[in-house]
Design a protein around this ligand. Structure first.
Ligand code: FES
Length: 181
């Protein structure tokens, strides 16, 4: 808050600060007032930036929701089931060429697939089967291999899961489950 009124320069017209023109209030002569304006502007900036960020997040969520409602994601062949090794991991792309994904087959009857995109800042995670985890080298993020849930490091959300279907011996990717918890 500004200091008591008598520590300020008296404006040329002698009227109180509240009656001064906007330009004089925004560009005060006295340091305490100048600091006050700077803090107020900084707070305004923080609030506006937070609102813009929240709006951006909301926009992404709405876009994803609409896309899923429209069924825009393609059904795409991943690999013949016989070519997915039990206990192994297969890389594939879905839904676009540069969207890396990993297909796991922990046992004969189970298939799980995750997007490789780290939920912190989108680096590609790599599987470490011995440690039972996906590892993100960018900021030391760790995800559980079976569930894709974050277990250590900065990521807070699980890896997005790729929905799968097996038909006539072929594994298909049919959609993306975007997970928040
Ligand atoms: S981008 Fe993966 S931990 Fe930061």
């Amino acid at each position: 808050m500004p200091e008591p009124r008598d520590t300020y320069t008296v404006p040329p017209n002698g009227r109180p600060l509240s009656e001064q023109p906007r330009w004089r209030r925004d560009f005060p002569i006295d340091w305490p007032l100048d600091n006050f304006v700077a803090r107020r502007d900084f707070t305004k900036f923080l609030v506006l930036t937070s609102l813009a960020f929240a709006a951006g997040q909301l926009w992404i969520v709405v876009q994803n929701f609409i896309r899923r409602r429209r069924g825009e994601l393609p059904v795409q062949a991943v690999a013949p089931l016989e070519r997915v090794p039990v206990g192994g991991i297969l890389e594939f792309s879905y839904p676009r060429e540069h969207d890396g994904c990993l297909l796991l087959r922990p046992d004969e009857h189970t298939l799980i697939a995750f997007s490789q995109k780290c939920t912190h800042l989108s680096c590609a995670v790599v599987p470490r089967t011995k440690q039972n985890e996906f590892y993100c080298p960018c900021h030391e993020g760790h995800f559980d291999l079976m569930s894709g849930r974050p277990v250590a490091g900065p990521p807070r959300r699980p890896l997005n899961r790729i929905q799968l279907q097996v038909k006539n011996g072929m594994v298909y990717a049919t959609g993306i489950e975007i997970r928040t918890v």
